[in-house]
Design a protein around this ligand. Structure first.
Ligand SMILES: NC(=O)c1ccc[n+]([C@@H]2O[C@H](COP(=O)([O-])OP(=O)(O)OC[C@H]3O[C@@H](n4cnc5c(N)ncnc54)[C@H](O)[C@@H]3O)[C@@H](O)[C@H]2O)c1
Length: 261
């Protein structure tokens, strides 16, 4: 039930096959954007695209690994040919592995892979679209970090480092791209119920611990886990013309969690 806030805009959303990326893609399409859905799982992407189109929206499927930069560049070229311009990039795709620095699970391979997917591809994707946005003097680059960047709970050091890096590169891009009216901001979600919140087969937002402490004791003041659409609403605002004097910022979407101690 959109209000045309993104009418005529072309948006790229990475990690759009499920979770928060899917939620953002659906909301963007509902607001009138043409959405390029990027992730590795073609079947899931086709399902999301079909549902968007059934609802009257426009979507294109681009199935590749975002660390394959030849494929990423080819996709950007194709999107430009197909829709003529690129207005919005959402750097959302990410991976997480669990293990403390003392454990074998926290290996150099996992560190490098986490850096590549979460941080390097955020930088590279932004680098690919920024020149096109600069030419038209309008652009929005929205990157998804996490409250783990500011307040890590431990056990996912590489992930936290990438999420902190996303904030730093966004602030740098915000300064560099402001003369071209390209606004760069970060969303830092708290606990959002998605496939990523399933750890060892259990959705952490459904455990007794979560329900007692975060919900029952209102450690999360809004007393529930977030949903992808809660993040998507913020992502719509940041991509819209209502966001025009705001760049280089981190918007925390966590139900108030980080306001408590
Ligand atoms: N779920 C949460 O509680 C939570 C909290 C804070 C931040 N976040 C952040 O929100 C974003 C989305 O998370 P989510 O919970 O929806 O995760 P998810 O695991 O459900 O979805 C991740 C998406 O990224 C895609 N992806 C992963 N690696 C990729 C690659 N190499 N190439 C292309 N696509 C790739 C996956 O296919 C999937 O579509 C991430 O940046 C995550 O760090 C999530």
């Amino acid at each position: 039930m959109g209000r045309g806030l993104l009418e005529g805009r072309v948006a790229l959303v990475t990690g759009a096959s499920q979770g928060i990326g899917e939620g953002i893609a659906r909301e963007y399409a509902a607001e009138g954007a043409m959405v390029a859905l990027i992730a590795r799982n073609e079947e899931n992407l086709c399902r999301v695209a079909a549902e968007i189109e059934t609802a009257g929206g426009k979507a294109g499927v681009y199935a590749f690994d975002i660390t394959d930069y030849d494929r990423y560049r080819a996709a950007v070229d194709d999107i430009l040919k197909r829709w003529g311009h690129i207005d919005i990039l959402v750097n959302n795709a990410a991976v997480v592995w669990y293990g403390t620095i003392l454990e074998e699970a926290d290996s150099i391979e996992r560190w490098r892979r986490t850096m590549a997917v979460n941080l390097e591809a955020t930088w590279y994707g932004s680098k690919l679209v920024a020149p096109h946005m600069a030419k038209q003097q309008w652009g929005r680059i929205i990157s998804i970090s996490s409250i783990q960047a500011m307040t890590p709970s431990g056990g996912a050091g590489a992930y936290c480092a990438t999420k902190g890096g996303i904030i730093s590169i966004t602030k740098s891009m915000a300064v560099e791209l402001a003369p071209y009216n390209i606004l760069c901001n970060v969303i830092a979600p708290g606990f959002i119920r998605t496939p990523m919140s399933i750890i060892d087969g259990v959705d952490e937002t459904t455990t007794d611990w979560f329900l007692n402490y975060y919900v029952g004791m209102r450690k999360i003041p809004l007393a529930r886990a977030g949903l992808p659409e809660d993040v998507a609403g913020t992502a719509v605002f940041l991509a819209s013309d209502y966001c025009r004097y705001l760049t280089g910022q981190v918007i925390v979407v966590d139900g108030g969690l980080s306001s408590t101690f």
